[in-house]
Design a protein around this ligand. Structure first.
Ligand SMILES: Cc1cc2nc3c(=O)[nH]c(=O)nc-3n(C[C@H](O)[C@H](O)[C@H](O)COP(=O)(O)OP(=O)(O)OC[C@H]3O[C@@H](n4cnc5c(N)ncnc54)[C@H](O)[C@@H]3O)c2cc1C
Length: 607
């Protein structure tokens, strides 16, 4: 099992050298407390908790899984104690309002913490992670009374929350939701129906679970316009905030899954369960999607987490395990064979994992700044600011979620590959990373759905390509001062500038073709998303390389020169070996739909 070590040096490089988080926090209305000392204390504290408490439970949690008996779920050995420690450390309320018991810090700090927790133990991280969606919904749409009642124990972590959308007949198409909510007459509702795949839907870590549930009122219009949102507590809550009677929302079973086996995925039966309307009737889906960008960026972090963990596992193995001689001649003359790391193809695998983990982390840190500004808009009651940053984040979100989780999965597979046959054997922990990573491209909107959101909604429908023009404008702005430079920075800057123009041309060509062929949006969407991901990551690799090169030249870096040189070398690897994949995606995205659509559904097989 890889021994998780939080990548604090890379995190500090991004926070301080690349993104200047100190100035960013100083510009936020809730950033005053986020001084460099405070940020450092959070990084160090979270790293210790993740390395010493969560990481040791990752393999055992996977081996043991969750237990289900008579509607109750028991988490694997050690999870309860770890969760207690998490709550006692005040980690859950890091970015929540002080009036509800939180620390009121910017939400980016929560994302940094989430990456460390998720890399150490993704299954564990899902229990407190799902509470965030629940808390965001209550904060945005709840009445003051609902906030006062539910927020303090959720913020402390004493209670956890869930998001209950999926039903047996629908996950993507929530217009098909059937769960019913009937008014009782006293302001409450009785909910009846079945939700499936509910993460943290039942467990033994907290005293109460607050479910946020999509359901239909009796007179609701059909489809997505007839869906409302409800708060349904596992135990009803008395007026004084104490836990009251058991509500009839019962766990029917938990899923037996390929990965994240220590995370309980519950079937929940609502049998006349008491619920309270939150947000306007029939506007539940809109409300549910309000903070969807931040939730999806939380899942994008999973791509970084699995790339990082697989890299941390495969790198020491590649230095230790020996096989044959390097093609360019003996490297470890004292041994009968050279270490794997001397073989170019093994280096390709290692550098791919490294480039995805560090490039993806940079993408997340940039998006986290936007998320901080968006939250500030809410806190300041500044709707225009909230919408401006939510729109910006809306462009990044499907790219980050879709591209980073796909690349995280590839990295997890490469981690196994470096181990050869031993990667397939459970005790090394590498196959667990691949199994755990597999879910990330499926939940919170599959890659296909992220791609449709990006190309169909954000690029074509809502902005007519403006979001691409804006981002490629930033790319040109970054590249321009270096276009005439020699060396690797100049070379990469010229490539990035070409890609900026190409991304716009690709968007326009798809836009023109889609007007004549509606299927093109769906058939081109995943290739367009992957193209966008490869090009966007190139931007963040050039940015890192420029900062590394400036720091090297200044001689004022906090790290040794080798750290900055390795950054520039990884950027070069990315531009030479990974970015060219964008060309294949571009070509496929522009292919006519006929080859995809012409075949009759009956002719897909002849058995
Ligand atoms: C471990 C786990 C945890 C989960 N946690 C939660 C949770 O906490 N809460 C919750 O509510 N749900 C949860 N889910 C459900 C998850 O979000 C859904 O499974 C997911 O959204 C996909 O829905 P589906 O499974 O119904 O697939 P479908 O919607 O049936 O999709 C099947 C395939 O068709 C594609 N597809 C569907 N529609 C289109 C279209 N219009 N155009 C092109 N392609 C399309 C999809 O991309 C996918 O490849 C979880 C699922 C799992 C497995």
């Amino acid at each position: 099992m890889p021994q998780y070590k939080a990548p604090l040096r890379d995190m500090r490089f991004l926070l301080n050298d690349v993104f200047d988080y100190t100035s960013h926090y100083a510009s936020l209305s809730n950033g005053g407390e986020a001084t460099p000392d405070m940020v450092e204390a959070i990084l160090e504290g979270a790293a210790t908790f993740c390395e010493e408490v969560l990481a040791p439970l990752n393999l055992s949690g996977d081996q043991e899984g969750c237990h289900f008996e008579n509607g109750n779920v028991t988490t694997p050995k050690g999870f309860k104690e770890a969760y207690k420690e998490y709550v006692a450390g005040g980690w859950q309320g890091l970015s929540h309002e002080v009036k509800h018991g939180g620390q009121g810090l910017p939400m980016s700090l929560n994302l940094l913490k989430a990456e460390m927790m998720g890399t150490a133990n993704w299954s564990f991280t899902m229990y407190p992670g799902l509470s965030l969606g629940c808390m965001n919904t209550i904060m945005q749409y709840g009445t003051e009374a609902q906030k006062d009642l539910y927020m303090p124990p959720l913020v402390s972590g004493e209670w956890t929350g869930t998001m209950c959308l999926t039903e047996p007949q629908c996950g993507t198409d929530l217009g098909q939701v059937k769960t019913k909510a009937e008014p009782v007459g006293d302001g409450s509702y009785k909910l009846t129906g079945t939700k499936i795949f509910i993460s943290a839907g039942e467990h033994d870590l907290a005293d109460n679970i607050i479910h946020i549930v999509l359901a239909r009122l009796p007179d609701a219009p059909r489809g997505t316009r007839g869906i409302s949102l409800f708060i349904v507590p596992k135990f009803l809550v008395n007026a004084d905030g104490s836990v009251g009677e058991r509500n009839p929302v019962v766990c029917g079973s938990i899923e037996h899954k390929m990965g994240i086996r220590a995370s309980a995925t519950a079937v929940l039966n609502f049998d006349g369960a008491v619920g309270y309307l939150i947000a306007e009737p029939n506007k539940g889906l809109e409300a549910m999607f309000t903070f969807m960008n931040t939730a999806r960026i939380g899942t994008a972090v999973q791509g970084v987490a699995h790339a990082e963990l697989s890299y941390q596992g495969s790198l020491p193995y590649a230095k230790e395990r020996r096989s044959m001689r390097a093609l360019s001649g003996k490297k470890d003359a004292d041994h009968t064979a050279d270490a794997l790391i001397w073989h170019a193809d093994v280096r390709r695998m290692l550098l791919t994992q490294k480039a995805v983990a560090e490039g993806g982390r940079a993408m997340i840190y940039h998006a986290a700044k936007l998320a901080d500004n968006m939250v500030n808009g809410v806190l300041e009651g500044n709707k225009a600011k909230y919408e401006e940053f939510d729109d910006k984040l809306g462009f990044y979100t499907p790219i980050l979620k879709g591209f980073l989780t796909e690349m995280g999965l590839e990295s997890a597979n490469l981690g196994m590959q470096v181990f050869g046959g031993h990667g397939y054997i459970k005790e090394h922990g590498m196959e667990q990373i691949a199994r755990d990573a597999r879910i990330s491209t499926l939940y919170e909107g599959t890659t296909g759905i992220q791609a449709l959101d990006l190309l169909g909604r954000k690029v074509l429908l809502t902005t007519k390509g403006k979001c691409v023009r804006e981002f490629t404008g930033d790319m040109l702005g970054l590249a321009k001062p270096h276009l005439l430079s020699g060396g690797p920075i100049g070379k990469m800057a010229r490539q990035l500038a070409k890609r900026a123009i190409q991304w716009n041309v690709l968007t326009t060509r798809i836009m023109l073709r889609a007007a004549k062929d509606r299927d093109l949006v769906s058939s081109a969407s995943v290739d367009f998303l992957m193209y966008s991901g490869f090009v966007m990551m190139a931007h963040f690799w050039l940015l890192q390389a420029i900062k590394a090169s400036e720091t090297l030249a200044s001689g004022k870096g906090k790290e040794p020169a080798e750290f900055y040189k390795a950054k520039i070398q990884t950027a070069e690897f990315y531009f030479e070996r990974l970015l060219p994949r964008a060309d294949g995606h571009k070509k496929s995205a522009l292919a006519p739909t006929s080859a995809v659509m012409a075949m009759d559904a009956e002719h897909f097989t002849f058995q």
